[in-house]
Every structure is written in C-alpha cells, then in structure tokens.
Design a protein around this ligand. Sequence first.
Ligand SMILES: [Cu+2]
Length: 155
Amino acid sequence: MTIALYERIWMWGATGLIVMFLGAIFVTAIAQAVEPPGHLETVDPTTILSHPEFGKPQIVTNADGSVVVPIVAGMFSFTPDPIEVPANVRVTFRLTSPDVIHGFQVVGTNANAMAIPGYVTQFTATFATPGEYTIACNEYCGTLHHAMVGKLTVK
Ligand SMILES: [Cu+2]
C-alpha cells in the first residue's frame, strides 16, 4: 500500500497536534497542579446543618501542618467566613451546598471549583503569598448572587 506524500504530511501533522494537546494536559496537570476536583463523595443536602463536618464547619490542622477547610456555600454566603489559613501549606478545601450550585473561586489564584448540592467537592491548593483574597461565587445562584463573596486570609 502506498500513501501519497501529502497524505503522510497530514497524518504526521495531525499526530503531532494530538501529541502536543495531550502533552499540554499532562504538563498543566503536573507542573501547574490543574486537576479535576471531583471526589465522588456524597452528602445529604437536607441535613447539612446537623452534619458532623459541615454542620459547624471548623478548619482542621493535621499533624503534618496541612489544613483541611470544610465549606458550606449556600444562598448567599460562604461558611466559615473569613477563612484563615497559613501560607505555603497544603490547604484541602471540601465544599458542598445545601441549596443550589455555587461557585468557589479564590480570586487571583487557580483555586476554583463548584459546590454542588449532594456532593463534596475536594481540591487542594497552596498559597505562597500572604494577604487577603476575595472568594467569589461564579455560578449564578439567585437574586443576591452578586453579593455572595467571602474572604480568605493567608498568614
Ligand atoms: Cu452565586
């Protein structure tokens, strides 16, 4: 079987693009810590207030210094607020919502996830620069969506 020169050029070109796109996914996933936040953990949104972790969300510091922050994103605020975490430490955010889908974006960082009723969204971030960051809801959630902001303090 003979393949024409132009056909071969297009085949190698397409193969090169596929390799480049897959490479971009792996490079950003590994070097820039871009990862899918889904954790496939469920929670009953109707009993959030009495839930052991999300009822009264408390920031937990592990023995290795890393921090776990459970967050309830509900109409139209984040709990706890403000959130205080140390700099240069792995911060694991665990988000859920009792009502509708909300966004959780730490403005100016790559920390950005959705809070979905019935599910726990978990992701990890490290903040190198101390300061105050705005947390914004970036999923339209109702009439006061524009006012749904929180504060993250990195010390
Ligand atoms: Cu919103």
